[in-house]
Design a protein around this ligand. Structure first.
Ligand code: FAD
Ligand code: SF4
Ligand code: SF4
Length: 471
Protein backbone atom coordinates (compact mmCIF):
# COMPACT_ATOMS: atom_id res chain seq x y z
CA UNK A 1 0.00 0.00 0.00
CA UNK A 2 1.42 3.41 -0.91
CA UNK A 3 2.03 5.88 1.88
CA UNK A 4 -0.50 8.71 2.25
CA UNK A 5 1.59 11.84 1.70
CA UNK A 6 -0.69 14.41 3.29
CA UNK A 7 -2.23 14.55 6.73
CA UNK A 8 -5.70 13.05 6.93
CA UNK A 9 -7.88 16.17 6.78
CA UNK A 10 -10.03 17.08 9.78
CA UNK A 11 -13.57 18.14 8.94
CA UNK A 12 -14.60 21.57 10.14
CA UNK A 13 -17.45 24.07 10.09
CA UNK A 14 -17.63 26.03 6.85
CA UNK A 15 -16.32 29.61 7.15
CA UNK A 16 -19.60 31.28 6.19
CA UNK A 17 -21.45 29.33 8.91
CA UNK A 18 -18.89 29.52 11.68
CA UNK A 19 -18.55 33.32 11.62
CA UNK A 20 -22.14 33.34 12.92
CA UNK A 21 -21.46 31.17 15.98
CA UNK A 22 -18.88 30.43 18.67
CA UNK A 23 -18.89 26.63 18.25
CA UNK A 24 -15.57 24.86 17.84
CA UNK A 25 -14.29 25.09 14.24
CA UNK A 26 -12.68 21.64 13.62
CA UNK A 27 -14.81 18.60 14.50
CA UNK A 28 -11.93 16.27 15.42
CA UNK A 29 -11.16 12.91 13.81
CA UNK A 30 -13.62 10.04 13.64
CA UNK A 31 -12.27 6.62 14.66
CA UNK A 32 -11.71 5.72 10.99
CA UNK A 33 -9.86 8.95 10.25
CA UNK A 34 -7.69 8.55 13.36
CA UNK A 35 -6.71 5.02 12.34
CA UNK A 36 -5.82 6.12 8.80
CA UNK A 37 -3.62 8.89 10.21
CA UNK A 38 -2.07 6.60 12.85
CA UNK A 39 -1.05 4.29 9.99
CA UNK A 40 1.15 7.05 8.56
CA UNK A 41 3.49 6.88 11.58
CA UNK A 42 6.71 5.01 10.72
CA UNK A 43 7.41 4.07 14.38
CA UNK A 44 10.94 5.50 14.09
CA UNK A 45 13.32 3.86 16.56
CA UNK A 46 15.11 7.14 17.42
CA UNK A 47 11.78 9.00 18.00
CA UNK A 48 12.78 12.52 16.85
CA UNK A 49 9.19 13.73 17.35
CA UNK A 50 9.47 13.15 21.11
CA UNK A 51 12.45 15.52 21.27
CA UNK A 52 10.24 18.23 19.79
CA UNK A 53 7.66 17.94 22.58
CA UNK A 54 8.51 20.09 25.64
CA UNK A 55 7.00 17.47 27.99
CA UNK A 56 8.26 14.39 26.11
CA UNK A 57 4.96 12.69 25.21
CA UNK A 58 5.88 9.10 24.06
CA UNK A 59 4.45 9.77 20.61
CA UNK A 60 5.17 6.54 18.66
CA UNK A 61 4.01 4.44 21.61
CA UNK A 62 0.65 6.19 21.95
CA UNK A 63 0.12 6.01 18.18
CA UNK A 64 0.92 2.28 18.22
CA UNK A 65 -1.57 1.68 21.06
CA UNK A 66 -4.19 3.53 19.01
CA UNK A 67 -3.37 1.42 15.96
CA UNK A 68 -3.74 -1.70 18.10
CA UNK A 69 -7.31 -0.62 18.86
CA UNK A 70 -6.56 0.46 22.41
CA UNK A 71 -7.33 4.17 22.85
CA UNK A 72 -7.48 3.80 26.66
CA UNK A 73 -3.88 2.58 26.73
CA UNK A 74 -2.93 5.36 24.29
CA UNK A 75 -4.43 7.85 26.74
CA UNK A 76 -2.49 6.44 29.68
CA UNK A 77 0.73 6.68 27.66
CA UNK A 78 0.05 10.34 26.83
CA UNK A 79 -1.03 11.16 30.38
CA UNK A 80 2.20 9.73 31.80
CA UNK A 81 3.76 12.97 30.51
CA UNK A 82 0.94 15.38 29.71
CA UNK A 83 -1.99 16.10 32.02
CA UNK A 84 -3.87 18.32 29.55
CA UNK A 85 -3.85 16.38 26.25
CA UNK A 86 -7.27 17.49 24.98
CA UNK A 87 -6.05 21.09 25.31
CA UNK A 88 -2.57 20.54 23.84
CA UNK A 89 -3.97 18.51 20.94
CA UNK A 90 -5.97 21.63 20.05
CA UNK A 91 -3.65 24.57 20.75
CA UNK A 92 0.00 23.42 20.72
CA UNK A 93 2.01 24.99 17.90
CA UNK A 94 2.76 21.46 16.67
CA UNK A 95 4.38 22.67 13.45
CA UNK A 96 7.15 24.22 15.56
CA UNK A 97 7.33 21.39 18.10
CA UNK A 98 6.62 17.64 17.77
CA UNK A 99 5.52 17.76 14.12
CA UNK A 100 8.52 19.91 13.15
CA UNK A 101 10.74 16.92 14.00
CA UNK A 102 8.60 14.22 12.40
CA UNK A 103 10.53 12.19 9.79
CA UNK A 104 7.45 12.05 7.57
CA UNK A 105 7.66 15.84 7.29
CA UNK A 106 10.96 15.71 5.39
CA UNK A 107 9.39 14.68 2.08
CA UNK A 108 5.68 14.69 2.86
CA UNK A 109 3.44 16.21 5.51
CA UNK A 110 4.30 15.35 9.14
CA UNK A 111 2.07 12.90 10.99
CA UNK A 112 -0.83 14.89 12.53
CA UNK A 113 0.36 14.21 16.08
CA UNK A 114 -1.76 16.97 17.62
CA UNK A 115 -4.95 15.77 15.93
CA UNK A 116 -4.28 12.20 17.09
CA UNK A 117 -3.60 13.40 20.63
CA UNK A 118 -6.87 15.31 20.55
CA UNK A 119 -8.74 12.24 19.30
CA UNK A 120 -7.35 10.02 22.06
CA UNK A 121 -7.95 12.64 24.76
CA UNK A 122 -11.53 13.40 23.66
CA UNK A 123 -12.33 9.68 23.44
CA UNK A 124 -11.19 9.20 27.02
CA UNK A 125 -12.28 12.48 28.64
CA UNK A 126 -15.73 11.30 29.59
CA UNK A 127 -14.65 7.78 30.48
CA UNK A 128 -12.05 8.68 33.09
CA UNK A 129 -13.23 7.74 36.55
CA UNK A 130 -12.16 8.80 39.99
CA UNK A 131 -11.25 5.14 40.60
CA UNK A 132 -8.63 4.98 37.85
CA UNK A 133 -7.09 8.24 39.09
CA UNK A 134 -7.01 6.91 42.66
CA UNK A 135 -5.27 3.67 41.75
CA UNK A 136 -2.72 5.57 39.64
CA UNK A 137 -2.12 7.94 42.55
CA UNK A 138 -1.50 5.11 45.01
CA UNK A 139 1.28 3.66 42.85
CA UNK A 140 3.09 6.99 42.52
CA UNK A 141 2.96 8.11 46.17
CA UNK A 142 6.26 8.85 47.92
CA UNK A 143 6.04 8.02 51.65
CA UNK A 144 8.29 10.89 52.86
CA UNK A 145 6.16 13.45 51.00
CA UNK A 146 2.69 12.19 51.82
CA UNK A 147 0.40 14.89 53.23
CA UNK A 148 3.03 17.67 53.26
CA UNK A 149 1.36 20.90 52.11
CA UNK A 150 2.39 22.69 48.89
CA UNK A 151 0.77 25.89 47.55
CA UNK A 152 0.41 26.54 43.81
CA UNK A 153 -0.41 30.11 42.80
CA UNK A 154 -2.49 30.60 39.67
CA UNK A 155 -4.43 27.93 37.78
CA UNK A 156 -3.11 28.28 34.22
CA UNK A 157 -1.35 25.43 32.41
CA UNK A 158 1.96 25.89 34.31
CA UNK A 159 0.19 25.59 37.66
CA UNK A 160 -2.15 22.79 36.61
CA UNK A 161 0.78 20.69 35.35
CA UNK A 162 2.80 21.38 38.52
CA UNK A 163 -0.19 20.66 40.78
CA UNK A 164 -0.97 17.35 39.06
CA UNK A 165 2.60 16.03 39.34
CA UNK A 166 2.93 17.17 42.97
CA UNK A 167 -0.40 15.57 43.95
CA UNK A 168 0.53 12.29 42.28
CA UNK A 169 3.43 11.87 44.71
CA UNK A 170 1.12 12.23 47.71
CA UNK A 171 1.66 15.91 48.50
CA UNK A 172 -1.37 17.93 49.67
CA UNK A 173 -1.67 20.55 46.95
CA UNK A 174 -3.78 23.71 47.15
CA UNK A 175 -4.17 25.98 44.12
CA UNK A 176 -4.86 29.67 44.86
CA UNK A 177 -6.50 31.42 41.89
CA UNK A 178 -7.26 35.14 41.70
CA UNK A 179 -10.30 34.80 39.40
CA UNK A 180 -13.61 33.05 39.99
CA UNK A 181 -12.77 30.39 37.39
CA UNK A 182 -9.78 28.09 36.84
CA UNK A 183 -7.65 27.68 33.73
CA UNK A 184 -5.87 31.03 33.23
CA UNK A 185 -5.54 31.94 29.57
CA UNK A 186 -7.14 28.61 28.61
CA UNK A 187 -10.34 29.93 30.15
CA UNK A 188 -10.36 33.68 29.59
CA UNK A 189 -7.94 34.16 26.68
CA UNK A 190 -8.36 31.46 24.04
CA UNK A 191 -11.88 31.71 22.57
CA UNK A 192 -14.59 29.05 22.74
CA UNK A 193 -14.42 28.34 18.98
CA UNK A 194 -10.80 27.21 19.38
CA UNK A 195 -10.91 25.64 22.83
CA UNK A 196 -14.37 24.83 24.23
CA UNK A 197 -14.60 25.68 27.91
CA UNK A 198 -16.20 22.29 28.67
CA UNK A 199 -12.86 20.75 27.64
CA UNK A 200 -10.99 23.02 30.06
CA UNK A 201 -13.50 22.13 32.80
CA UNK A 202 -13.11 18.39 32.17
CA UNK A 203 -9.31 18.61 32.18
CA UNK A 204 -9.39 20.61 35.44
CA UNK A 205 -11.81 18.05 36.91
CA UNK A 206 -9.38 15.23 36.11
CA UNK A 207 -6.68 17.16 38.01
CA UNK A 208 -9.03 17.68 40.96
CA UNK A 209 -9.56 13.92 41.04
CA UNK A 210 -5.87 13.59 41.86
CA UNK A 211 -6.70 15.29 45.18
CA UNK A 212 -5.78 18.90 44.28
CA UNK A 213 -7.80 21.48 46.25
CA UNK A 214 -8.68 24.73 44.45
CA UNK A 215 -9.33 28.04 46.24
CA UNK A 216 -10.82 30.67 43.90
CA UNK A 217 -10.94 34.46 44.32
CA UNK A 218 -7.65 34.58 46.25
CA UNK A 219 -5.21 37.19 44.94
CA UNK A 220 -1.84 36.17 46.34
CA UNK A 221 0.14 39.30 47.16
CA UNK A 222 -3.09 41.03 48.22
CA UNK A 223 -5.57 38.67 49.96
CA UNK A 224 -2.68 36.61 51.33
CA UNK A 225 1.12 36.88 51.01
CA UNK A 226 3.81 34.28 50.31
CA UNK A 227 5.07 34.82 53.88
CA UNK A 228 1.59 34.04 55.26
CA UNK A 229 1.38 30.87 53.15
CA UNK A 230 4.66 29.65 54.70
CA UNK A 231 3.24 30.52 58.15
CA UNK A 232 0.22 28.35 57.29
CA UNK A 233 2.61 25.40 57.01
CA UNK A 234 2.93 25.24 53.21
CA UNK A 235 6.37 23.70 52.81
CA UNK A 236 7.00 24.89 49.28
CA UNK A 237 5.31 27.25 46.80
CA UNK A 238 5.01 27.25 43.00
CA UNK A 239 4.23 30.58 41.30
CA UNK A 240 2.51 30.34 37.91
CA UNK A 241 0.73 33.68 37.69
CA UNK A 242 1.28 34.26 33.96
CA UNK A 243 1.76 37.59 32.22
CA UNK A 244 -1.64 39.20 32.10
CA UNK A 245 -0.83 42.91 31.92
CA UNK A 246 -1.36 44.19 28.36
CA UNK A 247 1.25 46.22 26.50
CA UNK A 248 0.16 49.30 24.60
CA UNK A 249 1.57 51.09 21.56
CA UNK A 250 2.08 54.44 23.31
CA UNK A 251 0.71 56.37 20.35
CA UNK A 252 -1.75 59.30 20.44
CA UNK A 253 -5.42 58.32 20.79
CA UNK A 254 -5.00 55.10 22.75
CA UNK A 255 -7.35 56.36 25.47
CA UNK A 256 -10.26 56.94 23.08
CA UNK A 257 -13.50 54.98 23.56
CA UNK A 258 -13.38 51.92 21.34
CA UNK A 259 -9.73 51.03 22.02
CA UNK A 260 -9.31 47.73 23.87
CA UNK A 261 -6.35 45.61 24.83
CA UNK A 262 -6.84 42.11 23.35
CA UNK A 263 -6.62 40.84 26.89
CA UNK A 264 -9.59 42.90 28.10
CA UNK A 265 -11.57 42.22 24.92
CA UNK A 266 -11.13 38.43 24.99
CA UNK A 267 -11.62 38.22 28.77
CA UNK A 268 -14.90 40.10 28.50
CA UNK A 269 -16.14 37.85 25.71
CA UNK A 270 -15.03 34.63 27.43
CA UNK A 271 -16.05 35.37 31.01
CA UNK A 272 -19.19 37.35 30.23
CA UNK A 273 -20.26 34.52 27.94
CA UNK A 274 -20.81 36.71 24.90
CA UNK A 275 -20.82 33.50 22.86
CA UNK A 276 -24.16 32.60 24.42
CA UNK A 277 -25.65 35.47 22.41
CA UNK A 278 -25.61 34.39 18.78
CA UNK A 279 -27.81 37.32 17.85
CA UNK A 280 -24.95 39.60 19.02
CA UNK A 281 -26.65 40.89 22.16
CA UNK A 282 -23.22 41.00 23.64
CA UNK A 283 -21.58 42.97 26.43
CA UNK A 284 -18.80 43.94 23.98
CA UNK A 285 -19.83 46.36 21.24
CA UNK A 286 -17.40 46.37 18.31
CA UNK A 287 -19.23 48.26 15.55
CA UNK A 288 -18.67 47.41 11.90
CA UNK A 289 -15.00 48.18 11.33
CA UNK A 290 -12.40 46.69 13.63
CA UNK A 291 -8.60 46.67 13.46
CA UNK A 292 -6.39 44.36 15.46
CA UNK A 293 -2.78 45.49 15.89
CA UNK A 294 -0.37 42.51 16.04
CA UNK A 295 -0.18 39.11 14.33
CA UNK A 296 0.26 36.45 17.03
CA UNK A 297 -2.28 33.89 18.25
CA UNK A 298 -3.85 36.55 20.47
CA UNK A 299 -4.37 38.86 17.47
CA UNK A 300 -5.94 36.06 15.38
CA UNK A 301 -8.25 35.17 18.30
CA UNK A 302 -9.31 38.80 18.73
CA UNK A 303 -9.90 39.25 14.98
CA UNK A 304 -11.99 36.09 14.64
CA UNK A 305 -13.94 36.97 17.80
CA UNK A 306 -14.70 40.48 16.47
CA UNK A 307 -16.02 38.87 13.27
CA UNK A 308 -18.31 36.61 15.30
CA UNK A 309 -19.60 39.60 17.29
CA UNK A 310 -20.94 41.01 14.03
CA UNK A 311 -18.18 43.28 12.67
CA UNK A 312 -18.29 43.44 8.87
CA UNK A 313 -14.70 44.50 8.15
CA UNK A 314 -11.98 43.13 10.38
CA UNK A 315 -8.33 44.03 9.67
CA UNK A 316 -5.09 42.69 11.08
CA UNK A 317 -2.52 45.50 11.00
CA UNK A 318 1.06 44.25 11.31
CA UNK A 319 4.33 46.06 10.71
CA UNK A 320 6.16 43.00 9.35
CA UNK A 321 5.35 40.55 6.52
CA UNK A 322 3.32 37.33 6.29
CA UNK A 323 6.28 34.94 6.88
CA UNK A 324 7.07 36.81 10.09
CA UNK A 325 3.61 36.51 11.63
CA UNK A 326 4.03 34.59 14.91
CA UNK A 327 0.55 32.97 15.02
CA UNK A 328 0.04 29.23 14.39
CA UNK A 329 -0.36 28.70 10.66
CA UNK A 330 -3.75 27.04 11.20
CA UNK A 331 -5.04 30.18 12.96
CA UNK A 332 -3.82 32.43 10.11
CA UNK A 333 -5.43 30.09 7.57
CA UNK A 334 -8.74 30.05 9.49
CA UNK A 335 -8.69 33.84 9.84
CA UNK A 336 -8.12 34.25 6.09
CA UNK A 337 -10.97 31.84 5.34
CA UNK A 338 -13.24 33.89 7.61
CA UNK A 339 -12.58 37.03 5.59
CA UNK A 340 -10.16 38.79 7.94
CA UNK A 341 -8.15 41.30 5.86
CA UNK A 342 -4.40 41.50 6.46
CA UNK A 343 -2.83 44.98 6.25
CA UNK A 344 0.78 43.81 6.37
CA UNK A 345 3.88 46.06 6.44
CA UNK A 346 1.83 48.80 8.09
CA UNK A 347 2.65 50.47 11.40
CA UNK A 348 0.02 52.38 13.44
CA UNK A 349 1.09 55.98 14.07
CA UNK A 350 -1.99 57.45 15.79
CA UNK A 351 -5.61 56.64 16.57
CA UNK A 352 -7.91 59.46 15.55
CA UNK A 353 -11.25 60.19 17.24
CA UNK A 354 -14.45 62.16 17.06
CA UNK A 355 -16.40 63.08 20.22
CA UNK A 356 -14.09 60.87 22.27
CA UNK A 357 -14.68 57.79 20.10
CA UNK A 358 -12.41 55.99 17.61
CA UNK A 359 -12.85 57.19 14.01
CA UNK A 360 -9.72 56.02 12.20
CA UNK A 361 -6.17 54.76 12.64
CA UNK A 362 -3.30 56.48 10.88
CA UNK A 363 -0.86 53.91 9.50
CA UNK A 364 2.56 54.25 7.93
CA UNK A 365 3.67 51.82 5.23
CA UNK A 366 6.85 49.82 5.93
CA UNK A 367 9.44 47.88 3.92
CA UNK A 368 11.81 45.16 5.07
CA UNK A 369 15.48 46.05 5.64
CA UNK A 370 18.46 44.12 7.04
CA UNK A 371 18.06 41.36 9.64
CA UNK A 372 17.78 42.50 13.29
CA UNK A 373 18.88 40.73 16.53
CA UNK A 374 15.90 38.37 16.31
CA UNK A 375 17.14 37.17 12.89
CA UNK A 376 14.09 38.69 11.18
CA UNK A 377 14.33 41.43 8.56
CA UNK A 378 13.77 44.77 10.26
CA UNK A 379 10.68 46.76 9.15
CA UNK A 380 11.62 50.29 8.04
CA UNK A 381 9.15 53.18 7.55
CA UNK A 382 8.53 54.46 4.02
CA UNK A 383 8.54 58.27 3.92
CA UNK A 384 5.29 60.10 3.08
CA UNK A 385 3.29 56.88 2.99
CA UNK A 386 0.83 57.58 5.83
CA UNK A 387 -2.81 56.74 5.28
CA UNK A 388 -6.00 56.49 7.38
CA UNK A 389 -7.97 53.30 8.03
CA UNK A 390 -11.56 54.14 9.02
CA UNK A 391 -12.59 52.24 12.15
CA UNK A 392 -15.04 51.86 15.04
CA UNK A 393 -12.80 49.72 17.24
CA UNK A 394 -9.07 49.15 17.71
CA UNK A 395 -7.80 46.08 19.58
CA UNK A 396 -4.15 46.09 20.64
CA UNK A 397 -2.52 42.64 20.65
CA UNK A 398 1.21 43.30 20.84
CA UNK A 399 2.08 41.23 23.91
CA UNK A 400 1.77 41.17 27.65
CA UNK A 401 3.87 41.86 30.74
CA UNK A 402 3.55 40.37 34.22
CA UNK A 403 1.24 41.99 36.75
CA UNK A 404 3.66 43.27 39.45
CA UNK A 405 1.21 42.73 42.34
CA UNK A 406 2.67 39.48 43.63
CA UNK A 407 6.33 40.17 42.93
CA UNK A 408 6.16 43.68 44.46
CA UNK A 409 4.66 42.27 47.67
CA UNK A 410 7.05 39.35 48.11
CA UNK A 411 10.33 39.87 49.94
CA UNK A 412 13.61 38.70 48.38
CA UNK A 413 12.01 37.52 45.14
CA UNK A 414 14.36 38.62 42.36
CA UNK A 415 12.84 39.81 39.10
CA UNK A 416 14.13 40.63 35.62
CA UNK A 417 14.12 44.12 34.10
CA UNK A 418 10.70 43.51 32.46
CA UNK A 419 9.18 42.20 35.70
CA UNK A 420 9.39 38.43 35.13
CA UNK A 421 10.59 36.22 38.00
CA UNK A 422 14.24 35.09 37.87
CA UNK A 423 14.71 31.31 38.17
CA UNK A 424 17.63 28.89 37.81
CA UNK A 425 17.60 25.96 35.37
CA UNK A 426 15.45 24.00 37.85
CA UNK A 427 12.77 26.77 38.09
CA UNK A 428 14.02 27.74 41.59
CA UNK A 429 13.63 31.42 42.51
CA UNK A 430 15.83 33.51 44.80
CA UNK A 431 13.52 32.63 47.75
CA UNK A 432 14.13 29.30 49.44
CA UNK A 433 11.31 26.84 48.78
CA UNK A 434 9.73 29.06 46.10
CA UNK A 435 9.68 27.91 42.45
CA UNK A 436 8.14 29.59 39.41
CA UNK A 437 7.34 28.78 35.79
CA UNK A 438 5.27 29.66 32.72
CA UNK A 439 4.73 33.15 31.28
CA UNK A 440 5.72 34.83 34.57
CA UNK A 441 9.26 33.56 33.90
CA UNK A 442 9.50 33.53 30.09
CA UNK A 443 7.03 36.25 29.08
CA UNK A 444 4.22 35.22 26.70
CA UNK A 445 5.06 31.73 25.37
CA UNK A 446 3.01 28.58 24.80
CA UNK A 447 0.74 26.30 26.79
CA UNK A 448 3.07 23.34 26.50
CA UNK A 449 6.17 25.37 27.43
CA UNK A 450 4.33 26.59 30.54
CA UNK A 451 3.37 22.99 31.34
CA UNK A 452 6.95 21.81 30.79
CA UNK A 453 8.17 24.43 33.28
CA UNK A 454 5.45 23.44 35.77
CA UNK A 455 6.48 19.79 35.54
CA UNK A 456 10.16 20.59 35.96
CA UNK A 457 9.37 22.75 39.01
CA UNK A 458 7.24 19.95 40.49
CA UNK A 459 10.14 17.50 40.18
CA UNK A 460 12.51 19.95 41.87
CA UNK A 461 10.01 20.78 44.62
CA UNK A 462 9.79 17.03 45.35
CA UNK A 463 13.61 16.76 45.43
CA UNK A 464 13.81 19.82 47.71
CA UNK A 465 11.24 18.42 50.15
CA UNK A 466 12.84 14.96 50.10
CA UNK A 467 16.23 16.53 50.84
CA UNK A 468 14.68 18.53 53.70
CA UNK A 469 12.96 15.47 55.15
CA UNK A 470 16.40 13.82 55.55
CA UNK A 471 17.72 16.68 57.73
P1 FAD B 1 -1.75 31.85 32.59
O1 FAD B 1 -2.42 30.93 31.65
O2 FAD B 1 -1.74 33.29 32.30
O3 FAD B 1 -2.39 31.62 34.03
C1 FAD B 1 -2.03 32.42 35.13
C2 FAD B 1 -3.11 32.31 36.19
O4 FAD B 1 -2.67 32.96 37.39
C3 FAD B 1 -4.41 33.02 35.79
O5 FAD B 1 -5.50 32.16 36.06
C4 FAD B 1 -4.44 34.25 36.69
O6 FAD B 1 -5.77 34.66 37.01
C5 FAD B 1 -3.72 33.74 37.92
N1 FAD B 1 -3.11 34.80 38.74
C6 FAD B 1 -2.46 35.90 38.30
N2 FAD B 1 -2.02 36.62 39.36
C7 FAD B 1 -2.42 35.96 40.46
C8 FAD B 1 -2.28 36.20 41.86
N3 FAD B 1 -1.62 37.28 42.32
N4 FAD B 1 -2.82 35.32 42.74
C9 FAD B 1 -3.48 34.21 42.29
N5 FAD B 1 -3.64 33.93 40.98
C10 FAD B 1 -3.12 34.79 40.09
N6 FAD B 1 -0.36 29.18 23.56
C11 FAD B 1 -0.36 28.08 22.78
O7 FAD B 1 0.43 27.16 23.02
N7 FAD B 1 -1.23 27.95 21.74
C12 FAD B 1 -2.16 28.89 21.46
O8 FAD B 1 -2.92 28.73 20.53
C13 FAD B 1 -2.21 30.05 22.29
N8 FAD B 1 -3.15 31.00 22.08
C14 FAD B 1 -3.24 32.04 22.94
C15 FAD B 1 -4.28 32.94 22.80
C16 FAD B 1 -4.42 33.97 23.70
C17 FAD B 1 -5.57 34.92 23.53
C18 FAD B 1 -3.47 34.17 24.74
C19 FAD B 1 -3.59 35.32 25.70
C20 FAD B 1 -2.42 33.29 24.87
C21 FAD B 1 -2.30 32.22 24.00
N9 FAD B 1 -1.29 31.28 24.13
C22 FAD B 1 -1.27 30.16 23.34
C23 FAD B 1 -0.26 31.42 25.18
C24 FAD B 1 -0.57 30.53 26.39
O9 FAD B 1 -1.94 30.56 26.67
C25 FAD B 1 0.24 30.97 27.60
O10 FAD B 1 1.61 30.90 27.25
C26 FAD B 1 -0.03 30.08 28.81
O11 FAD B 1 -1.40 30.10 29.17
C27 FAD B 1 0.80 30.50 30.01
O12 FAD B 1 0.45 29.72 31.10
P2 FAD B 1 0.68 30.19 32.60
O13 FAD B 1 0.21 29.06 33.45
O14 FAD B 1 2.08 30.64 32.77
O15 FAD B 1 -0.20 31.49 32.81
FE1 SF4 C 1 2.96 17.74 20.29
FE2 SF4 C 1 1.97 19.39 22.13
FE3 SF4 C 1 1.28 16.83 22.15
FE4 SF4 C 1 3.76 17.52 22.83
S1 SF4 C 1 1.88 18.02 23.94
S2 SF4 C 1 3.16 15.84 21.48
S3 SF4 C 1 4.12 19.29 21.47
S4 SF4 C 1 0.82 18.31 20.55
FE1 SF4 D 1 5.95 8.59 13.81
FE2 SF4 D 1 6.85 10.92 12.84
FE3 SF4 D 1 7.49 10.19 15.32
FE4 SF4 D 1 8.53 8.86 13.22
S1 SF4 D 1 8.92 11.00 13.76
S2 SF4 D 1 7.69 7.98 15.12
S3 SF4 D 1 6.82 8.99 11.78
S4 SF4 D 1 5.43 10.64 14.56
Amino acid sequence: MSLQKKKTPMKEQKAEKRIRNFDEVPFGYTKEEALVEADRCLQCKHKPCVEGCPVGVPIPQFIQALKNGNPEEANQIIKSKNNLPAICGRVCPQEEQCEAKCVMGIKNEAVAIGRLERYVADYNLEKETAESSKSELEKLKIAELTDKKVAVIGSGPASLAAAADLAKSGLKVTIFEALHKTGGVLRYGIPEFRLPKTIVEQEVESIKKLGVEIKLNVVVGKSITIEELFEQNYKSIFIGVGAGLPRFLNIPGENLNGVYSANEFLTRVNLMKAFKYPEYKTPVAVGNKVAIVGAGNVAMDAARTAKRLGAEDVYVVYRRSEEQMPARSEEIHHAQEEGIEFKLLNNPIAIKGEKGKVKAMECQKMELGEKDNSGRRRPLPIKNSNWDLELDTVIIAIGQNPNPLLTANTKDLETKSWGGIKVDSGQKTSREGVYAGGDIVTGGATVIQAMGAGKKAAQNIKNYLLEKSKK
